[in-house]
Structure formats: C-alpha cells, structure tokens
Design a protein around this ligand. Sequence first.
Ligand code: ATP
Ligand code: MG
Length: 428
Amino acid sequence: MILNVLLLGSGGREHAMAWSISKSELLGNLYVAPGNPGTAQVAQNVDLSLDDFDEIQSFIEVNDIDLTVVGPEKPLVEGIVDFLEERGHKVFGPSKAAARLEGSKKFANTFMKENMIPTADYAAFNQDEFDNALSYVRQKNEYPVVLKADGLAGGKGVFICETEEEVEKRLNQLQEDAKLSDAAETLVIEEFMEGEEASVFVLSDGESAKIIHNAQDHKRAKDGDTGLNTGGMGAYCPTPVLTEEQMHRVEKEIVLPTISAMVLDDQPYKGILYCGLMITEDGPKVVEYNCRFGDPECQAILPSLESDFLELIWATVEGNLYEKEIKLDNQYRCCVVLASGGYPKSYEKGKEITGIGEVGGEAIVFHAGTRQEDGKLLTDGGRVLNVVCGGDTLEDAIRNTYVEVKKISFDNMHCRSDIGVKGLAYFD
Ligand SMILES: Nc1ncnc2c1ncn2[C@@H]1O[C@H](COP(=O)(O)OP(=O)(O)OP(=O)(O)O)[C@@H](O)[C@H]1O
Ligand SMILES: [Mg+2]
C-alpha cells in the first residue's frame, strides 16, 4: 500500500511532521499546504488556504490524496475532519466535537469534572457576568488566580493574576481587546496549581490510546522562565519531571479515562492528544488539553521516534492502533527556538539567515518562519528556526544543540540559553 499524503500547516511542527513522514516506506507523494522553505526540502508545497475547506477538498480529489494530516488546531476546531470525512476522505485529527477539548476551556473543565480527571477547581462566566466573576474571585480571595478565555487565543488568552486589581484589569482587557473578546465570550477562572509543568503526547484511534513520548516546553521568552508567554522557546524530551511512577498515573488517571469517556459521550477522540500537565504534590493534574502536536515539543520528539510515523498515523485512521508498537530510541533530545528580536511583541522580518549549512552531526534544523528570496533565506516570523540535537544524556543533548545554534545567525536573533537546564536539576 502506497499513500499520497497532504499535510496541512506551515510551522516548525509541520516541517518536523513532513520530515518524519518523508522517511516512510508507505509514502507516495507528499504535499504540504501552505508549507515553508523547510518542508520544500522533503515535500511539494502547495498554496492552499487552511480556511477554504472546498479548495482543500478539490486539491485532494485532483491529486488522488489518500490521507490528509492536519497540523494546527484552528482548522480542527473549525471542523475540517468532519467536512472531509463527510465527503469520503481519510483525515488524521479529531472531529469538531472532540476538538472541543482544546477549542473550549469550559468544555474541557466540565468534561474533566464529570469524569473525575484531576485538574484545577474552576468556575465559568459569560461575558455579561463578569461582575459575578469579580465577586467570585473576591469571595475566594486566593491568589494567584488564573483567568482563561474559553476559545482559541493563540496562547495569549491566559492570565495569572496576583491581586484583585489585576483580575479587574484583565477582565476589562478580555472585554475590550478585539483579538481576545471573541475567545472570551466565556471566561474560565481556575485555582492556581503549584508544581512543574510537563507535556504528554498520545496517539488515539478513538478506542485504544498509546503514549508517544513526554517532554517539557519553555513558554516564557527569556532565561529562567521570565518575560512574556510565547508559543514556546524550546523543549526537550524525555523529561525527568515525569518519573515512571508518575507516567503510570498519567496513563491510568488521565489518558485512559479521557479516551474512554469521549467514546461514552459518543465523540471518540482520534488523532494526537496533547496533555498539558502540572506535576503537583498531589500528583499529575491537567492544565489543558490540546488537540494537536505541541510546537516545539514535536520537533524534539519526532527525531526520537524509531517507528514509522506514517504507519502509526494510518493505523490511527484505520482503527488498528492496538496492533502497533511505538518505539523510541534511547536518546535525549533538545530543541532550541531561534526567534526574531522583540518576539512575542513586534519584530522585524526579512533578515538574512546565515550558517545553516555549517550545522553538522546529526543535528536537524526545522524551519518555522522563513522565506526564500533571490536565492537568500530570510526571516519571516516571530519564531524562525528550530535547532534539534540528541545525546545519551540530557546534558549531552543540550550541549550538542547549543554548539550548532552558535553556527546560525541573523540580525537581532534571540534565543534562550537555558533550554533543558531545569531538567538537569532532577539528575543531581
Ligand atoms: N490552573 C493553573 N495553575 C497554574 N498555572 C496555570 C494554570 N492554567 C494555566 N497555567 C499556566 O498558563 C499557561 C497557559 O495556560 P494554557 O495552557 O491553559 O493556555 P493555552 O493558551 O491553551 O496554551 P497553549 O498555547 O500552550 O495551548 C500554562 O502553560 C501554565 O504555565
Ligand atoms: Mg492550549
């Protein structure tokens, strides 16, 4: 069996997915829409808009696509899987109903409460009830407290408030900020969970679920987890934050109950389930679900995968994942994000990138925000490149990665110098 595959997306995650799929024996033609200069190295980029489902469907029919793989959350939450399946196409990713685990924080919290999946205490308020939200916080009088816009907000809809004044300020911001007010039609207020964060990635065909790997992301822009929240400045895997015993609890108390409850609710979850966790003194708790691979965790995890990624994806779509084994090599991997100066706030694009050709060894460079122009590679986003390297120990992986990072440069380049370091503390 040979599969023609269409992969949707254009970031570092999609370059890593295209890179991994391109190694498969099952692969026929691989197209990436819209892709980037990195995906063009392993596939054919096609200029399709991810908002235009009809255009995507006609491309699928004209090019005999056997399988469509959806990278980012937005088209998933908007129902692209349902749209294409209703027209007889095979798609990798959760249905619109199942993608609510990410698409609605309120849905996710209600679902977890009903199914006794460990997470933060919470309350939800519609926009016309924000006064009640304030009195709820005042009455609870516990700080910090976490405010979350219900809908997708690109990682910019969550605020950790230290005081009542800050809560009031953020409530106003959520109502007035044009970019946030739609997502904040409903607001979730959560108790603050103390602990260390980690991510666990799961493949599910709706019935059976297999843990792919775990990792730790670095959301803050600057060293020492300071500065603004970003889409992620780097990741490493596996993370010692999750011991074997805790991974067992994650599977038993979170992953399997989530997958089986979704079946019972008649919305089986198919695709990749990203469990964002807080490792508290009471054990692992869910901070959030995402209905897609993490970016940049995916870039660190896929090079560690020895199994055929496309074969696993196909088994997920065909419903025989239980037959498959997920094999990982025994390496640690570190992924450092090279960003434009000023990111996540305003930044300049169009800076010439040099040094990628010098990157050696088994290091990999995934493109996130670049463009080719007159034979030059230029920056074209906040997060520009991801440098990934492995090692027998986490320390080796971190060192090997930064050796390669030093070879690449562009004007006003910014990257953290401490990706993975917080994991080293667990080895002392
Ligand atoms: N209840 C909580 N207690 C403590 N910290 C929290 C809580 N909820 C969220 N956070 C912090 O805020 C960050 C963002 O929250 P969350 O992951 O829910 O938002 P998101 O916008 O969906 O993020 P992403 O872009 O990763 O999907 C978390 O990574 C965590 O650091
Ligand atoms: Mg999220």
